[in-house]
Write a protein of this length. Structure first.
Length: 541
């Protein structure tokens, strides 16, 4: 029977453990050429590093890092200058000591490893443990095997331009509570972690807390907040009220957890208050508030409002649905399987999500290249760059476009970009006729005036609600909205993206005094992925 072999780095020495007993050590090479060029007379190797090269490079790099020798460790990377600064900061700025690095099972060129260390600051110490990894690549100029340097090698929560620091927290902690006073924590609502971090940065001092001592990720931008990795000394949290609903948030968390790269926002149409925000992503990006992607056919809510407001047609008016439609040399098609209907009304084409009907109608007078932009900006509050939600957010982009993009914009492709927050707001405006800028905290806490927009006429609202109700009950949204009752509305969307095997899935829906919108990258049709996410929130609330 073979003895168990384990490799461990302690204090800079790479010891190979057999059955728990060390029998040898790896000597670190302290002088190597950087990747600026090969040594004279040395042939440059090509191709993927072999197993021995990967193993030896990993050992040398990790041994030097564990020892605290940032310059030597950096020599084993393909970006030695940046790596040296980051690894020096690991010790000097993050105050991380007694570093123990344990490599895991190497898979080709992928080297996982665990970190066990101590963070010590002004007489206070605490243990630190986490997992990370790196790739070993061939140096482009020298041919040497090198660690492919990324900030995430130091810690998986780090991105380019970020660093680890230990000291007094940048902001006091907060005790965020929902609209009923229930405490919201990242442990109970993991998707809220980046949102709560942003709220802490913005309102920690206003909430009356006192900062503690923490190991945290310092973001590249000061307004991006920080992410706490380890608390050495607790501060005193201040209580921060939010507009969120713990019930809606729980439903949102559970719904997005089923679909990767998905985001959702729910708002209260009568007030604009955000009831839930959730993301399921590998990174901490709040795509629900800050994403910028083509919304597909959900944009037809705004386009239909434009057609009605400009007198081009009405819900019961003509909107024929041919198999194809050509606009300025570009041919548009419908989803596979959608039968043409030459006698369709706008309500018919909206409920079936007929692209060609909308493309043909954008050519009608008095529409111009700027008409959709004006509708989105003046009536729905989009693209004004003036939303103040309480944390960073994007309020959409609906530019005036010429050529084929004018038609593409009308069906949510082209140059139009939205996120679930924007689409939830659009849905709320279509439902009530009033634009109420979404907010995540009480308006009294937000500096400056909230965004305003004209909203919609009662006639337009009645027709939009009629079309969205039909979509929810018997159109493309019916499968997702099944069982939610008759007082509902919906719009589906799928946005094609170059290089993706499947389109992005979008869905907007409302029920009672809740409007929600979701997006799932490469999620397929709107009713496939985004639809069930929205329906789950509407069902829970």
């Amino acid at each position: 029977m073979r003895k168990r072999v384990k490799a461990v780095i302690v204090g800079g020495v790479f010891a190979v453990m057999v059955g728990g007993a060390g029998y040898g050590a790896f000597n670190v090479v302290n002088a190597l050429n950087d990747d600026g060029g090969p040594a004279t007379g040395t042939a440059v190797k090509k191709g993927t590093p072999d197993a021995k090269e990967v193993r030896d490079t990993a050992r040398s790099f990790l041994a030097a890092w564990a020892k605290g020798d940032a310059d030597t460790a950096a020599v084993y990377t393909n970006n030695s200058e940046v790596a040296a600064l980051a690894l020096a900061g690991y010790r000097e700025d993050a105050h991380i000591r007694q570093v123990r690095l344990t490599p895991g099972r190497i898979d080709g060129t992928h080297v996982p490893f665990s970190v066990r260390a101590t963070v010590s600051y002004e007489g206070t110490s605490k243990r630190l443990a986490y997992e990370s990894s790196f790739e070993v690549v061939r140096g482009r100029n020298t041919g040497r095997p090198l660690v492919d340097w990324k900030a995430s090698v130091v810690h998986p929560k780090l991105h380019e331009g970020e660093s680890l620091e230990t000291g007094e927290a940048a902001a006091p902690p907060i005790r965020a509570v929902d609209r009923e006073g229930r405490v919201l924590t990242p442990e109970r609502y993991p998707s809220l972690a980046p949102v709560l971090a942003r709220l802490r940065t913005a309102y920690g001092e206003k909430a009356g807390g006192r900062p503690g001592i923490e190991l945290y990720v310092k973001r590249a931008s000061a307004d991006a907040g920080t992410t706490t990795l380890l608390t050495l000394a607790k501060g005193r949290p201040g209580t921060l009220p939010t507009t969120l609903s713990a019930v809606a948030q729980r439903a949102a968390e559970d719904a997005v957890a089923k679909y990767p790269e998905s985001s959702v926002v729910a708002v209260k149409p009568s007030t604009g208050e955000v009831l839930a925000v959730a993301n399921h992503r590998e990174d901490d990006f709040n795509a629900a508030f800050q994403g910028e992607l083509a919304p597909g056919s959900t944009m037809k809510i705004v386009t239909a409002a434009m057609l009605i407001d400009k007198g081009v047609t009405k819900a019961s008016g003509p909107a024929p649905c041919p198999s194809t439609a050509t606009w300025q040399s570009q041919t548009f098609k419908n989803l596979t399987g959608l039968e043409p209907n030459g006698g369709a009304t706008l309500a018919d084409s909206f409920a079936r999500s007929c692209n060609t009907a909308f493309v043909k109608l954008v050519d009608e007078k008095p529409l111009t290249d700027a008409s959709l932009t004006e509708e989105a900006r003046d009536n729905f509050g989009l693209g004004r760059d003036d939303w103040r939600t309480g944390i960073p957010s994007e309020d959409g982009s609906v530019p005036a476009s010429t050529g084929p993009d004018r038609a593409a914009n009308a069906i949510g492709q082209g140059e139009v970009q939205l996120n679930p927050l924007n689409l939830a707001s659009v849905t709320a405006t279509a439902m009530t006729g009033s634009f109420r800028q979404p907010v995540l905290v009480p308006k009294s806490l937000i500096a400056g005036e909230l965004a305003t927009a004209r909203g919609l006429s009662g006639t337009t609202v009645a027709q939009l609600r009629q079309m969205m109700r039909r979509t929810a009950l018997s159109g493309t949204g019916a499968r997702a909205m099944a069982g939610l009752g008759p007082d509902v509305g919906a719009k589906t969307g799928s946005a094609e993206v170059d290089g993706q095997a499947r389109p992005n899935s979008w869905f907007a829906g409302y029920r009672g005094d809740v409007a929600a919108a979701a997006m799932a990258q490469e999620g397929g049709h709107g009713s496939d992925t985004a639809g069930p996410i929205v329906a789950a929130i509407l069902r829970a609330t």
